[in-house]
Design a protein around this ligand. Structure first.
Ligand code: ADP
Ligand code: ADP
Length: 208
């Protein structure tokens, strides 16, 4: 199974990807997670990515495309993947199409998780992550258990001013990809409102 998860920042892509992975046995490729790992490791890639991430801008296409191309060559990606947060621009979508064509494989679908802008800021500003397991929580909608609450962290780019920039980047640069996949009959839209369980059930129904 080769799937793309799209949707605005905070739509619940990471939350839903974690729930679906065990069911499908494919690898989760999150460019945001890959950039955060590079920032943490202090690599040249991390230093470059950090400047853009902290401003709520996209990391340049050349850097992002190179990173994903390498990732797709890894053995675990041969069985399939769930791409979360990539592609985010038209050139990224074109580069992905070229890479898959070169490998003689095709996308099975593009799932667009729809959450109106009015809900996004609250979801993102309340997001917390367990640095030990990567589990995503929300201060109000999915609070961490007491034993974990003391160690959860907030992403620096989850500040309200930065969220507005990221949302603007989504509408300007990422949303225009959807019609491209729609023309190929690949898009399935899923309502991202309601509890995480309700959203998972909708996604499972679409994938079935
Ligand atoms: P969210 O889903 O909350 O928007 P991500 O973890 O997917 O966050 O991404 C965090 C940041 O990493 C983005 O705001 C952007 O700066 C950078 N990033 C992630 N994926 C890409 C991509 N495909 N192209 C460019 N920048 C990206
Ligand atoms: P994305 O990967 O699309 O940026 P996340 O999965 O990190 O989004 O979710 C963003 C925030 O919203 C997290 O704090 C998460 O716990 C919370 N969240 C995810 N799904 C829901 C939902 N269905 N209802 C309310 N909050 C949610």
């Amino acid at each position: 199974m080769r799937l793309i998860f799209m949707g605005p920042p905070g739509a619940g892509k990471g939350t839903q990807a974690a729930r679906l992975l065990s069911a499908f046995g494919v690898c989760h490729i999150s460019t945001g997670d890959m950039f955060r790992a590079a920032v943490k490791a202090g690599t040249p890639l991390g230093l470059q990515a950090q400047r853009h991430m902290s401003a709520g801008e996209l990391v340049p296409d050349a850097v992002t495309i190179g990173l994903v191309r390498e990732r797709l060559k890894q053995p675990d990606a041969q069985r399939g993947f769930l791409l979360d947060g990539f592609p985010r621009t038209v050139p990224q979508a074109e580069a992905l199409a070229a890479a898959l064509e070169a490998d003689g494989v095709a996308l099975d679908g593009v799932l667009v998780l729809e959450v109106p802008d009015a809900y996004i800021v609250e979801r993102i500003v309340g997001r917390r992550t367990d640095p030990e397991t990567g589990t995503i929580y929300h201060v109000r909608f999915d609070p961490p258990p007491a034993a974990i609450a003391a160690r959860v962290v907030q992403r620096k780019d989850d500040a309200e001013e930065v969220v507005r920039e990221r949302l603007a980047a989504y509408h300007a640069q990422t949303a225009p990809i959807v019609p491209i996949y729609e023309a190929r009959g690949l898009v399935r839209r899923v309502d991202g409102l309601g509890t995480p369980d309700e959203v998972t059930a909708r996604i499972q129904a679409v994938l079935a």
